[in-house]
Design a protein around this ligand. Structure first.
Ligand code: WT7
Length: 652
């Protein structure tokens, strides 16, 4: 068989039903309930979403639920809303002001807890400080922070005044930060003196200083003190946050801006096929509604839950399921700083024990890494508070699923394997934990209002268990609205292949029970530890090194990361093929993009498999990297002999 992994997934036939007690108390108690509600949501999506939107707070109700403006979708037009009001004031006014909204578990220092009243006050104060710096509705604020409470507070402060936030993951390099700031044209940057990870300090401010040399739009920098490390400050551009907030004219309350439903809420950059990352734009009402509804049903959230998502707020998972979804539901959300394996591989388990976490959401790569450490560490912690587990970011292999289910969930916690994307704003395909029988490795069935289908190249629907393009037929409120400053790209990338239908970029199958099995990307995106890296980004950073003439990167399967990067590198004349240079190139990619983009394997080559028109044939490179020997048709290559040469020198 060409692909054993896919075969083993498809022959997976274990089924795990939700525990009875869980179903009894769940928001959706049975498949019958799910089917009924799903049918209703698909027959009349606008009616369905309008009835759900009634639960939010509106300054003014909408005039139309959905409008298609030449391929650009508008939800709840005419409505006036404020996302931070919905996440904070609404609960403050509804008897939850003393409920814990946010728990912060630091890598270094002491934990912090914020009630809804305290969080509201902190958000208002930062919002007022931003206003004082001249930030107004529609201005872009770049955020480059560690996983500290100020990060969540910054998002909400922007939302309060109608500023558009654009968070850049704190693990990204100066160059990656610069590219994103240049594209978003941010007026102000919020950063910190550094961030803790694995006992070391990562130099955020120094990176920001380098990035800002080439970012003329950014005239102000707010710096959070986190590490006590001494850093250069360049006044009047740079200001310490604690000094700004000490100003007695900063009030504790900030009037929420009344925003249009379709005003921009945030931009988040993500990788695609082309070299530069694209700015995915999400807007106010639809995004909030979708994050809130999916959070409530998929995590089956109750007032008493302590919810812990291990993602970084620098990714969409953190936006939707650490900040907006949980807070829109008045839940208690826990954010942690650091990494899963520091100071030891029981970091998550200790946090769960300490805070009596009941709902836990993490990524397959973390599960695989922690499973490798054995069962002693989790068994050494009391995790009896857990009632529900979640997974996100990449396909979860059945072995990792079983370990998660057995060792962490003690066979009493359903697992929600949630498929979605930066572009979708929220979870699209996932079990309903009180209803859906689980099959390890399948994200199961669509959320309410979501209409996925698998299409073949010719646009016809694929048969049962036949692979194809995963496409979403109906619009949904959390969908991206456009690509920042590139509307033509939005239409072309997402609605070009099958006109009018949203193309996810994933290859998937649907089985005889209507369950979806996601099998990986159809484009040149590589999922390294669940992080989305464009091969083109890594290739351009390699080529920017003086020794490199040409480079091609492909994924290969990796035990822990899921996928890792294999780089084929052609050197310029005169450069020596040394191990030292390999290390240097890897470091170079780390500096240019970020440590997560470093290739695990580099092979120096004299030639690449190209067609006569000069196009690199990646499927051949992939077969070499994976060592499958299934090269397919090589007759269209300019020089077919290159394949055997490359395979013979494959890096083990
Ligand atoms: C891509 C989107 C969604 C938040 C984190 C990632 C892959 C995501 C799953 C899953 C199989 C998954 C897909 C998707 N993916 N979740 N449960 N099973 N694959 O967001 O960085 O935008 O990446 O992640 O390939 O297209 P993202």
């Amino acid at each position: 068989m060409p692909d054993d992994h896919v075969t083993s997934i498809l022959t997976e036939n274990r089924v795990f039903n939700p525990p009875e007690g869980f179903s009894r108390n769940a928001h959706v108690k049975s498949m019958q309930d799910y089917e009924n509600e799903y049918r209703h949501s698909i027959e009349n999506p606008e009616g369905y979403w309008a009835s759900k939107a009634e639960d939010l707070h509106w300054f003014r109700k909408w005039d139309s639920v959905l409008r298609n403006d030449c391929g650009f979708f508008k939800w709840f037009e005419g409505g006036k809303i404020n996302v931070s009001y919905n996440c904070l004031d609404r609960h403050f006014n509804n008897g939850k002001k003393d409920k814990i909204a946010l728990i912060f578990e630091p890598e270094y220092g002491i934990e912090k807890k914020y009630t809804y009243a305290q969080l509201l006050k902190e958000v208002c104060r930062l919002a007022n400080a931003l206003k004082k710096q001249g930030i107004r509705k529609g201005d872009v604020v770049e955020i480059y922070l560690p996983m500290i409470p100020e990060l969540a507070i910054s998002l909400l402060a922007c939302a309060r005044i109608g500023a558009v936030h654009s968070v850049v993951f704190g693990g990204f390099s100066a160059d990656a930060l610069r590219d994103r700031i240049q594209d978003s044209e941010a007026k102000l940057l919020i950063t910190a003196d550094g961030s803790f990870r694995n006992g070391r300090v990562y130099p955020l401010k120094e990176n920001a200083d380098v990035a800002l040399l080439e970012c003329p739009t950014t005239q102000k920098v707010i710096v959070v003190k986190r590490t006590e490390k001494s850093i250069p400050m360049y006044p009047p551009r740079d200001m310490w946050l604690h000094e700004m907030l000490a100003d007695s004219s900063i009030e504790d309350y900030c009037e929420p801006e009344q925003l249009n439903s379709e005003d921009s809420l945030f931009i988040l950059y993500t990788s695609g096929t082309t070299g530069k990352p694209k700015g995915v734009l999400h807007t106010q009402a639809g995004y909030l509604l979708y994050a809130a509804e999916t959070f409530k049903y998929i995590f089956d959230i109750k007032d008493s839950d302590i919810y812990f998502c291990t993602a970084d707020i620098g990714w969409i998972t953190g936006h939707s399921y650490i900040v907006y979804g949980p807070l829109a539901n008045g839940a208690t959300t826990l954010m942690y700083e650091g990494s899963p394996t520091f100071p030891a591989a029981d970091r998550f388990w200790r946090v769960i024990e300490k805070h009596k976490v009941s709902v836990f959401y993490t990524a397959p790569t973390a599960i695989r890494a922690l499973a490798k450490e054995g069962e002693e560490l989790p068994n050494g912690c009391n995790m009896s508070s857990l009632r529900l587990l979640g997974s996100v970011g990449e396909p979860i292999n059945p072995e990792a699923w079983m370990w998660y289910y057995r060792v962490i969930g003690k066979e009493k916690c359903p697992i929600v394997d949630t498929w979605w994307q930066t572009e979708t704003g929220g979870i699209m395909i996932s079990p309903f934990p009180g209803a859906t029988p689980l099959k390890p490795g399948s994200a199961t069935r669509p959320f309410f209002g979501i209409d996925p289908v698998i299409l073949k190249e010719d646009g016809k629907e694929a048969g049962i268990n036949e692979g194809g393009y995963l496409v979403i037929r109906k619009p949904w409120p959390g969908m991206l609205r456009t690509v920042w400053k590139a509307p033509e790209k939005y239409i072309e990338k997402y609605y070009g292949q099958f006109p009018g239908l949203y193309l996810a970029g994933d290859n998937a199958k649907k089985d005889e029970n209507g369950y979806f099995w996601i099998m990986g990307r159809t484009d040149d995106v590589i999922k390294v530890s669940g992080h989305r890296i464009g091969s083109a980004e890594v290739e351009s950073s390699l080529v920017s090194h003086p020794a490199v003439a040409e480079a091609a990167c492909v994924p290969y399967p990796h035990d822990i990361k899921g996928q890792a990067i294999y780089a084929f590198v052609m050197l310029k004349k005169g450069s020596q093929k040394t191990e030292q240079l390999k290390r240097e190139l890897s470091q170079h990619v780390g500096n240019k993009v970020g440590p997560i983009a470093k290739p695990d394997k580099i092979q120096f080559v004299d030639d690449l498999p190209k067609t006569r028109s000069g196009k690199i044939m990646r499927r051949i490179l992939k077969a070499i990297a994976e060592n499958t020997k299934e090269y397919g048709n090589v007759s269209t290559l300019a020089d077919p002999t290159v394949v055997e040469k490359l395979a013979a020198e494959r890096v083990q």
